[in-house]
Design a protein around this ligand. Structure first.
Ligand code: COA
Length: 213
C-alpha cells in the first residue's frame, strides 16, 4: 500500500469568505520502494448542504470506536443539517477539504461559551477539526486550520480553543505543532464506554495583546 509523506507547497492565506482556497500537497515519495513522488491537490472551501452526508460520515466513523467525540450515538443527517443552519445564522465558518472531488476533512468554530447570553466571550471561539482516517498525516489538517484561523482573524476572534479528550494524543500533538498550548486539564468531566474521561483545553492567541477597538 503506497504511503505518501506530504508537505505543503502552496499557500491558502488570503482567500476571501466564499472563495475557494487551493493548496498543493506533494509527496516526498510515492511509497515504499517505488522511488516515485505523487502530488495531491487539496481544495479548502466553505461547506455546502450537499457536503453534509460526507462530513457526517467522517464524524460518525469515530463515535463507536474512540473517545474523540463524547457521544455514544451517531449523529443523524437532520441533526447535522440543523447544526449547519445554526452555523450559517451566526456567520460562523464551516470549511471542508476536498481531494479528487471527495470530502476528506472539515473544520469549523463556534461559541466557546454562549456569547449571546454572556457577550464577554464573543472574542473567543472553540473549534473542531476532523480528517478522514485514510487521509491523515498528509498536511490536510494543517491546511484546514490555516484557513480557519484566517477566517477567525477576519471575524475578530482573539483566542481559539480546542477541547480535546486527554487520551487523544494524536490531536494534542497536532495542536501543539500548530502553536496551541495546554491551559487546563479537567479530570473526569466526561463519560463514555463505562469510564470517566479527562478534558484538555488548548488555546492559541490569534492577534496581538491589545483589546478590541
Ligand atoms: C488531529 C487531526 C485533525 C490531524 O489531521 P492531519 O491531517 O492528520 O494533520 P496534518 O497531517 O496536517 O499534521 C500536521 C502536523 O501535526 C502533527 N501531527 C498530526 N498528527 C499527528 C500524530 N498522529 N502524531 C504526532 N504528530 C501528529 C505533526 O507534526 C504533523 O506534521 P508532520 O506530518 O509533517 O509531522 C486528525 O488526526 C483527526 O482528524 N483526528 C481525529 C479527530 C480529532 O481528534 N479532532 C480533534 C478534536 S475536535
Amino acid at each position: 500500500m503506497a504511503q505518501c509523506v506530504s508537505y505543503q507547497s502552496g499557500s491558502i492565506a488570503g482567500a476571501e469568505d466564499g472563495e475557494r482556497a487551493y493548496a498543493a500537497v506533494e509527496s516526498r515519495r510515492g511509497g515504499p520502494g517505488t522511488g516515485l513522488g505523487c502530488a495531491v491537490n487539496v481544495e479548502v472551501r466553505d461547506a455546502t448542504p450537499a457536503d453534509l452526508p460526507a462530513t457526517l460520515a467522517i464524524y460518525n466513523e469515530l463515535i463507536g470506536s474512540t473517545t474523540v467525540e463524547w457521544s455514544e450515538h451517531p449523529q443523524t443527517l437532520d441533526e447535522r443539517r440543523a447544526w449547519f443552519e445554526r452555523q450559517r445564522a451566526r456567520n460562523f465558518p464551516s470549511l471542508v477539504a476536498v481531494v479528487d472531488h471527495e470530502i476528506v476533512g472539515m473544520t469549523s468554530y463556534g461559541d466557546f461559551r454562549d456569547s449571546f447570553h454572556w457577550p464577554g466571550y464573543r472574542f473567543t471561539a472553540e473549534h473542531s477539526i476532523h480528517v478522514r482516517q485514510d487521509r491523515r498525516r498528509h498536511g490536510i489538517g494543517r491546511l484546514l486550520m490555516d484557513e480557519l484561523i484566517a477566517r477567525a482573524l477576519r471575524g475578530g476572534i482573539h483566542v481559539l480553543v480546542g477541547a480535546l479528550d486527554a487520551d487523544n494524543a494524536d490531536s494534542i500533538r497536532f495542536h501543539q505543532t500548530l502553536g496551541f498550548v495546554e491551559v487546563a486539564r479537567l479530570p473526569e468531566t466526561g463519560f463514555k464506554f463505562g469510564h470517566w474521561l479527562d478534558l484538555v483545553l488548548m488555546q492559541r492567541m490569534l492577534d496581538g495583546p491589545s483589546g478590541p477597538a
